[in-house]
Design a protein around this ligand. Structure first.
Ligand SMILES: *Cc1c(COP(=O)(O)O)cnc(C)c1O
Length: 219
């Protein structure tokens, strides 16, 4: 299946970059995919998945978790503050921490629950108006603030502008992570995960190349 092909390409990209085998985690992005396609990937033994909406994740993953052990769920889409608690209950990692209000809410609920998913701070490397993420110039300060709140910041995430060379953005994200002592780099999607791995990605988020084109929701 396509999953095997993607795994092979990840292994080759790790080798080409002189990185240890297994240093890149593959997040299979299952948003909007028919459940039978997701189930096929679970049956093939894959356990790390990504969703970009809390509501959709809540409708799908509790049932899959009952049937499949060891599922690791990553929320990769913009997170509304009023969905923070639900997101923290559902997910093992949240890749879209992008503003003080969300950081404060995560910190408050983490205190209360005594647990917090792994967090990635989203950086708007292309400084696009419509896109989530802190601006590159504000990243160092925001990372420090999140650490000051005792949040488990594991790394940074970006989504490069559709019409630009992604490797410039991957390199920028890697630079910001390095100067802040962060190891995690969530970058690279179906079209560009190999160049992300060359530039240090630790988590690639691959959807359509595994599952096929996303089927639009029924009208
Ligand atoms: C949908 C999505 C992906 C996966 O995109 P593909 O091009 O299908 O691989 C990755 N990251 C985020 C944040 C997404 O929303």
């Amino acid at each position: 299946m396509a999953l095997d092909d993607i795994r092979n390409r990840i292994t080759q990209a790790e080798r080409a970059a002189g990185r240890p085998q297994g240093s890149v985690r593959l997040i299979a992005v299952s948003k909007v995919q028919p459940l039978d396609r997701v189930e096929a990937v679970l049956d093939a033994g894959h356990r790390i998945f990504g969703e970009n909406k809390v509501q959709e994740a809540a409708g799908k993953w509790p049932a899959f978790r009952e049937r499949f052990d060891g599922v690791e769920l990553h929320l990769i889409g913009p997170l509304q503050t009023n969905k923070t608690r639900q997101a923290m209950e559902l997910a093992d990692a949240i890749h879209s921490v992008d503003r003080p209000k969300l950081a404060n809410t995560l910190a408050r609920i983490a205190q209360e629950r005594g647990a917090c998913p792994d967090l990635f701070i989203q950086v708007n490397t292309g400084e696009e108006e419509q896109k989530a993420g802190v601006m590159p110039a504000e990243a160092d300060g925001f990372i420090a603030d999140c650490r000051g709140l005792d949040l488990p910041v594991r790394g940074l995430m970006c989504i490069p502008p559709a019409d630009e060379e992604p490797s410039l953005h991957f390199a920028l994200l890697a630079k910001i992570a390095a100067r802040n002592g962060l190891d995690g780099l969530s970058m690279g999607m179906s079209a560009d995960f190999e160049s992300a791995i060359a530039l240090g990605a630790t988590h690639v988020r691959v959807g359509s190349a595994i599952f096929g084109d996303r089927v639009p929701p029924a009208a």
